[in-house]
Design a protein around this ligand. Structure first.
Ligand code: GMT
Length: 372
């Protein structure tokens, strides 16, 4: 049994989901888990007697122009390392978590090993920012072990930050006891989806990099050939602009904005196709969540997406911005039931073989063992 601290962004987001699910799986295997975060991670919904939550409290003293969250986090990490005698502190997202962890290690009395997992935007977006670049590189190089969620992210990190440190690829995972095909005609009825209609789905945090306009334009073309509904799930900065686009294209009767939803597996189970036309995506956790529920996916030839979707086997890879191709591939798959069934089955098998929670959690445990 090990004592493992985990820090992540606790609100909705792939990195927070992966970190929380990892903590839950490690706890099930008997490890003692200490989440050190600004609030309770949103996926930490069940009770576990061996999972503890340590809240980072920030001092809002009026002299501080900016409340020093990062320093408060480092201080809390050091406190927890010593009082709980942590063996490992596993931080998800380099900025600022890796840097805080290194500072905490220096402050603490108990020796602890720092594992940093890179999730994507910490490198592909923040790594470009001159005001943070040196610090991100430092955080990576000073960690005892570094993992990244795709080969593409390792390559990008090396290129952008000139990092020499070994970075192991540990893919993201999905809990297949939660994400599996669970059909519901009642749910289709609730959304007024007719029996002849196909269901296309997109889930994201509605940021510009997700290119939701490509989903909508592709959907318009699909809907011209095949009766369909588009479920747009999530919320974020692009929400109202996308609403406006749907209105301008007169697609209101076909596009449903569902906002943030918790029962994603049930929604995937009524879907026939998932679209992810992102311009940046280190992995695309939603892809494996969809595939686990038997939903074929179409994604762009960007970042880690081609490591997740097997072109022509459980989905398709298209070039960034090629809405025509995305729509054509969707129409051909949705119009060929036999091929769709094969893709759907292959999607489930692909997840079982490559992104199964048990195997990935085991890979992280091996990294911890090597360090101790
Ligand atoms: O996609 C986002 O904008 C959220 C971001 C995050 O920090 O949670 O997701 C990143 O990490 C996920 C978990 O590893 C990956 O599945 C996403 O691909 C990655 N997002 C990007 O690279 C844009």
């Amino acid at each position: 049994m090990k004592k493992i601290g985990i820090t992540c962004y606790p609100s909705v987001g792939g990195s927070g989901i992966v970190a929380t699910e990892l903590g839950k799986f490690l706890a099930k295997q008997g490890h003692e888990i200490h989440f050190i975060t600004s609030s309770v991670p949103f996926r930490l919904n069940n009770f576990f007697s061996n999972i503890y939550f340590h809240e980072v409290e920030v001092n809002h003293y009026p002299v501080f122009q900016y409340a020093p969250y990062d320093l408060a986090l480092a201080n809390k990490m050091a406190e927890v390392i010593d009082t709980e005698e942590l063996d490992i502190l596993h931080v998800h997202y380099a900025m600022p978590h890796a840097i805080c962890a290194i500072l905490a290690k220096q402050m603490a009395t108990k020796d602890v090993k720092i594992v940093t997992t890179l999730h994507g935007t910490d490198i592909t977006v923040l790594g470009i920012d001159k005001s943070l670049k040196k610090m991100i590189k430092y955080g990576i190089e000073q960690s005892d072990a570094v993992t990244a969620v795709s080969n593409s992210l390792v390559k990008q990190t090396k290129e952008m930050l000139a990092v020499e440190k070994e970075m192991k690829v540990v893919y993201n995972f999905v809990d297949t006891s939660e994400y599996y095909y669970q059909p519901s005609e009642a749910l289709k009825k609730e959304y007024n989806i007719q029996s002849n209609e196909k269901v296309i789905v997109h889930i994201s945090n509605f940021r510009k990099v997700k290119r939701i306009q490509d989903v909508i334009y592709a959907f318009r073309k699909i809907n011209e050939k095949i009766p369909a509904k588009l479920l747009l799930i999530g919320d974020g900065p692009e929400y109202s602009e996308m609403h406006q686009l749907v209105h301008t294209l007169h697609l209101e009767d076909h596009v449903l904005f569902l906002g943030k939803q918790s029962n994603i597996a049930a929604l995937f189970s009524i879907a026939d196709l998932k679209l992810l036309p992102s311009e940046k995506e280190s992995f695309g956790l939603v892809l494996i969540e969809a595939m686990a529920c038997g939903v074929p996916c179409i994604g762009t030839n960007v970042g880690g997406i081609p490591e997740v979707i097997e072109h022509n086997n459980n989905g398709f890879i298209v070039e960034l911005g090629d809405v025509e191709d995305m729509a054509a591939k969707a129409i051909s798959l949705l119009g060929d039931d036999k091929r769709w069934q094969a893709f759907s089955k292959q999607a489930i098998t692909h997840v079982e073989n490559h992104f199964h929670a048990e195997h990935i959690v085991e890979a992280y445990q091996q990294i911890y063992d090597e360090l101790l």
